[in-house]
Design a protein around this ligand. Sequence first.
Ligand code: NAD
Length: 504
Amino acid sequence: MRDRSDWQRLARDVRPRHRAFIDGAFTDAADGAEFDTVNPATGGVLASVARCRAVDVDRAVTAARRAFDAGSWSRAVPGHRKAVLLALAEKIREHADELALLDTLDGGKLITDTTTIDVPGSAAILQWYAEAVDKLYGQVAPTGPGDLAIVTREALGVVGAVVPWNYPLEMAIWKIAPALAVGNSVVLKPAEQSPLSALRLAELAAEAGLPDGVLSVLPGLGPEAGRAIGEHPGIDAVAFTGSTAVGKLFLRYAAESNMKQVWLECGGKSANVVFADAGDLDLVADRAVAGIYTCSGQVCSANSRLLVAESVADELTGRIAERAGALRVGDPLDPESTMGPLISRRQLDGVLGHIEAARAEARLAFGGRRLLGETDGYFIEPTAFVDVPDTAAIARDEVFGPVLAISTFRTEEEAIARVNASRYGLAASVFTDDIHRAHRVARALQVGTVSVNTVDALDVTTPFGGVKQSGYGRDLSLHALDKFTSLKTTWFAGSPQGSPEGRA
Ligand code: NAD
């Protein structure tokens, strides 16, 4: 087992790639501009990274289109794409420590998470899509006997992927694995806070045999490189994960450019609903703590709201406070730490602002302060408020930090109505030992995923995404392929006696 000093030593040897990866090679931004990416645990600059803008996006799209038209990837037999993606999954595993360190240093994520979740999860997801790609069949339509109509899935062409910083490698993989598997070219923009693992990934993909131009990675700022991807007329679809506000911008970019498809995975305000018949309150408390304090609350489906039946509210709040008090907030390179920093100074200020505002609307149960340790990192205490009215901002808005809003309810109908009143609809959890109630409530909740007696259940085999202003795209599972393919009908006319039936 490695300890903190082992990881610190390994971290000193990491050499981040800092140039854009376009058309199979590392390159500076056209104007040579750079921006700094910062280690959230120290506030120190990790690397100066190419600051791509519209002209660089244009270069990447041109290369992506050329590669798509040439067909060495887009029209390769599925078995070939499978082999290359499996080789990439293997390379991710070979370089697991380095990729984990990049996400820990750049994203402030616990090394215990990046080594056990982010990196192995990314390799597994890539492998899953690689293995799926030569098992996908088209359809034959039930036409009249004289005709033959087939329905095939066609790659779209050039896909733009714009992703956030909370799971830097994994969010990139969620988009590029299914998009590449079916033959698209991809132009990926990682978040400006955490571009380093995606740049290394692009290099590994080239080594695995991905042809030049098929995957370009362009670090850059949202309003520059991100917007240029949204507006580019040569991009056929954008797969976006990020905030609701920016998701709406992508809809506008598409409307004002080429009507590209826009797939949105956006924010959330996911609730735990705990009924009095939830038998094991220790399990509920464990899950509630994991649901809000994992990744310092910077998870789109974080269970940031807890609605609990009045009769068990005090008991549950006490058990949650006990567990939150035992969390060790500290250096993400230290395997003993159980909560790391927030991503940036801006995020820290935003979360502290939410906490200040909440003091006037609810009662602070625990936490609430910035933690100043040995460094200038962006650490904050795990925090919870009780007696939070539904009108309070922390009950309605996405805080994206370790802040739990607890309130009580009396009836099942009331709990359902209050969860469904949210403008978001990403996920929710239901805790109950009554199977009938679990089924009833799960069906009634307007969200993309309901976890019963757990939080944030998700796997590559099941679709993940939201409803309402949490977006409408689905990542993971075979359903993700719908975003990256269009259905083509090819109709072979029959003999002169036969004619197409049922034509519209
Ligand atoms: P963000 O919306 O600020 O940024 C996401 C991406 O969009 C980044 O790459 C950023 O550079 C880019 N971007 C920012 N401004 C842009 C602009 N004007 N034009 C084009 N692109 C722009 O989000 P964030 O702060 O990086 O991430 C946190 C958000 O992501 C939260 O709202 C969280 O809920 C959401 N998220 C959702 C999911 C999901 O699957 N639903 C998963 C993870 C995170």
